[in-house]
Design a binder for this molecule. Structure first.
Ligand SMILES: NC(=O)c1ccc[n+]([C@@H]2O[C@H](COP(=O)([O-])OP(=O)(O)OC[C@H]3O[C@@H](n4cnc5c(N)ncnc54)[C@H](OP(=O)(O)O)[C@@H]3O)[C@@H](O)[C@H]2O)c1
Length: 331
């Protein structure tokens, strides 16, 4: 490596630490760099206690992207920050507050920001009008966040999830697995898949890296292995779960299955948005890739969908699937 190395942050603020991605980032940092001062953020008072029990010895703070008065103390003295946001967040307000808090702290060396845009989508203008009209959903929110962060001049690395999280099969895409042994995912299309634990680990590795060339870069993340149609996912599920899993890609049947579930009954608008989003993704299906980026950033291969299905077999075939709030409908 030539040029000045990036100073490795001695203190890290991790948002979403109570969730799968931020939690995995925090665990990895604890494991490989126990000397790093770790401050874990949650926006929920309720989750703060659980988080403290999960990470004894770490500082836990309640901080909300939409309330700058909670961000200012959270950012104080922090040299590295990981930002992950939920679907349908008002990113303009949130990132405006994040930039203000980072400037106020004046200690930031590196921010890692997670985004979720289909590969090749770089501006709101390339998002179909009917998705833009919804105003603020997953199709535009990351682009808005990026615009603000880019213009702030802060040292940011973007990790763009060019895939679906495997955990989606325990949420919206799991609605018919246990009860009907059917995978309901509208608009069959090619997709890449990622284990969210690997995403957290990528964020941790970037923050702990001394390579200044990560600054200003966008990494398109996939697990390097799984790139397939959902009908092939159903085939893989049949093999690994040991029961035949049918595949149904009808949007009408998907909506009907969702309407039958109490968790989604009030969320018809969100589901209609999701359907349009899936249709848009089908148009972009030639752009999803498998690459070696995860191994390059973490030093190990990504967890595969087969491994994940084996690990989660009982939950996938169990009777009670956790429900997904509308704010985090799978994309
Ligand atoms: N599902 C997919 O397949 C997929 C694919 C590509 C990209 N993505 C993107 O991946 C990202 C993460 O998805 P996810 O399902 O893991 O999201 P999530 O769990 O709904 O939200 C991520 C984290 O944000 C924190 N959070 C929520 N509201 C907050 C607030 N107001 N202030 C501060 N922190 C807040 C939550 O922790 P607390 O509740 O503890 O605050 C949570 O752990 C999303 O941006 C999504 O668009 C998803």
């Amino acid at each position: 490596m030539t040029g000045n190395p990036k100073p490795i942050p001695r203190s890290l603020l991790i948002f979403g630490a109570s969730g799968r991605i931020g939690g995995s980032a925090a665990s990895h940092i604890r494991q490989v760099s126990p000397q790093t001062r770790l401050r874990l953020a949650t926006s929920s008072e309720k989750k703060a206690q659980r988080l403290q029990a999960q990470f004894p010895g770490c500082e836990v703070v309640v901080a909300n992207y939409l309330d700058v008065t909670t961000l200012i103390p959270a950012f104080k003295d922090m040299e590295g920050i990981f930002i992950v946001t939920p679907d349908f967040l008002d990113e303009r307000q949130a990132m405006f507050n994040v930039v203000a808090a980072a400037r106020h702290a004046a200690t930031l060396l590196h921010m890692v920001r997670l985004t979720g845009d289909p590969p090749g989508v770089h501006s709101e203008e390339s998002v179909p009008l009917h998705l833009r009209e919804f105003d603020g959903g997953t199709a535009v929110q990351h682009l808005r966040a990026r615009k603000l962060l880019d213009s702030s001049g802060l040292p940011v690395t973007y990790i763009n999830i060019a895939a679906y999280y495997m955990a989606d099969f325990l949420k919206l895409f799991g609605i018919g697995l246990a009860s009907k042994h059917t995978l309901f995912v509208p608009y069959d299309r090619i997709m890449a898949f990622l284990d969210s634990r690997d995403v957290g680990e990528v964020a941790a590795c970037l923050l702990l890296s001394s390579n200044q060339r990560h600054l200003g870069k966008t990494y398109q993340l996939d697990n390097g292995v799984d790139l397939m149609r959902f009908c092939d996912v159903a085939r893989l599920m049949s093999e690994v779960l040991g029961v035949p899993i049918a595949y149904n890609d009808s949007p009408e049947d998907f909506m009907r299955e969702c309407a039958a579930m109490p968790a989604y009954q009030q969320r018809q608008d969100g589901l209609r948005y999701a359907l349009r989003y899936y249709e848009w993704e089908r148009e972009a299906e030639t752009l999803w890739r498998r690459s070696d980026i995860l191994e390059a950033l973490t030093g190990h291969k990504g967890r595969t969908l087969r491994q994940w299905l084996e690990e989660h077999r009982d939950r996938l075939l169990g009777t009670s699937l956790p429900v997904t709030p509308v704010a985090s409908l799978s994309k």
